[in-house]
Design a protein around this ligand. Structure first.
Ligand code: ZN
Length: 447
């Protein structure tokens, strides 16, 4: 039995090891300064290209994509604030989120009052540095802890941001794995955040590892897979602009991979705008059946790149599968979102969950009785049913067969049968495959 055909019950140790591998990859990528554009993004995609054979793309600054315009390229060399006593009180060497993303260059002496106007803190979390960007309005700024700000004394400060903000390129990438049909599952993730771990190195690395695993059994895949690696928002908009027809025609399900690594125990699914598409139904079934602490939330146009995939002109069946919802994480968009929030074990579990979700979507067939379906057929003479009468030990097997045979009516798909019967879809699928092999049911034509 291959990993793919056996994915729902496959050895957990295997995925635990993938989680540990994911963690060490994230540690390597953590220090890189990423943004919408720039050398850190290229370095990050180069790292991903050593894991999976992605195709790399560049789009020029100034290019129009729908209502948007690709911004200038930003590269940060270093940034610091030097206090009147010559001490460095804030430095991009400590964490690259200490500079407001897309800060324009500056080297000036200013007094404390003027400096404070360009400093961001979180007053309620006095030891934590916020993550702040200003992509579309030119400004400069620093982020520091409230305690550090409180400690600054009057006087003249030298602020140095050695950055470059000029026309260049925006980088993104994708990988397509061809399956038996051109129908596609979209796996979209973003890599524009600098040194933040859960949001979204976790989603980036999970996507790369899931795709690497899927490549190992690509000849078994019934549908095709498209992984998209973009800077959030503008990258997804650019990608949709460049690929709108193929995406509209082929994507039958999709997931935005974000915040998949935290060390708490909740798993959250955010529905697509459609709400009851196959990805919504498969995710709901999977979470209700196998995750004790799960949360299923409705679509909203607030969040990540599902905002673009689920815009009215696309309205794609794209949801988002994460651990704790980002807005419920106190570390969200702060220096507390570092590698200490990441659980290798949970990363492994999420890699497994993503693959299980895709497997369920692939196998969500309808079946029909080969003989027309009048009355039950005699299963025991075909060795498909206990011949000795139903006892407690074989009641469960009988239940699966009875539901499978009764719902092989050409109307109900696997997920519906699972929900009506209260049986896990993957257990029913095993029975369906056996019944199919015995010739008593057959798959309906795929829609
Ligand atoms: Zn974010």
């Amino acid at each position: 039995m291959s990993l793919w055909s056996n994915i729902h019950t496959y050895n957990g140790e295997y995925f635990y090891n993938l989680g540990k591998e994911a963690f060490s990859m994230m540690e390597e990528l953590f220090p890189i300064c990423r943004s919408l554009t720039g050398n850190g993004n290229r370095q990050t995609l180069e790292y991903i290209s050593n894991i999976i054979p992605i195709s790399l793309y560049q789009i020029d600054s100034g290019t129009n994509v729908f209502d948007w315009n690709i911004p200038s390229e930003w590269n940060l060399k270093s940034a610091k604030i030097i206090a009147p006593d010559n001490k460095i009180v804030c430095s991009s060497n400590d964490t690259n989120i200490s500079v407001v993303g897309y800060s324009e260059p500056i080297d000036e002496y200013i007094d404390l009052e003027a400096l404070k106007k360009n400093i961001h803190t979180i007053p309620d979390m006095p030891d934590t540095v916020p993550y702040v960007t200003s992509y579309y309005k030119r400004r400069w700024g620093f982020c520091m802890t409230q305690n550090m700000l409180n400690s600054l004394k009057d006087g003249m400060y030298r602020v140095i941001i050695d950055s470059e903000l000029s026309p260049g390129k925006m980088d993104y990438a994708d990988l397509i794995i061809k399956g038996a049909t051109s129908n596609e599952i979209l796996l979209s993730t973003y890599f524009c955040h600098p040194s933040l771990a859960n949001d979204n190195l976790s989603g980036l690395i999970l996507s790369a590892i899931v795709m690497r695993e899927m490549l190992n059994f690509s000849d078994e895949l019934k549908i095709s897979y498209r992984a998209v690696f973009v800077p959030e928002t503008i990258g997804a908009i650019a990608y949709l602009h460049e690929n709108k027809d193929v995406i509209k025609n082929n994507v039958i399900a999709g997931i935005v991979a974000t915040c998949v690594g935290d060390n708490m125990d909740t798993v959250t699914y955010k529905r697509s705008r459609i709400g009851n598409s196959v990805v919504d139904r498969a995710a709901e079934h999977l979470l209700k059946t196998s995750i004790e602490n799960h949360k299923i939330i409705e679509f909203s146009p607030i969040g990540s790149d599902e905002r673009q995939y689920c815009s009215p002109g696309f309205n794609l069946p794209v949801g988002s599968l994460m651990r704790t919802h980002y807005y419920d994480l106190p570390c969200y968009h702060t220096s507390d979102d570092n590698m200490s929030t990441i659980s290798p074990e949970n990363m492994g579990k999420m890699i497994h969950l993503y693959m299980r979700l895709f497997n369920l979507i692939e196998n969500n067939y309808k079946w029909i009785r080969s003989d027309g379906g009048m009355c039950e057929i005699q299963l025991s003479k075909r060795n498909l049913y206990p011949s000795i009468g139903i006892q407690p030990h074989n009641r469960s097997a009988a239940k699966h067969v009875n539901w499978a045979m009764n719902m092989a009516d050409g109307e109900h798909d696997l997920l519906e049968i699972a929900n009506i019967s209260g049986l896990p879809a993957w257990e029913l699928l095993d029975i369906m495959i056996k019944l199919e092999e015995a010739g008593v049911i057959k798959k309906c034509h795929e829609e």
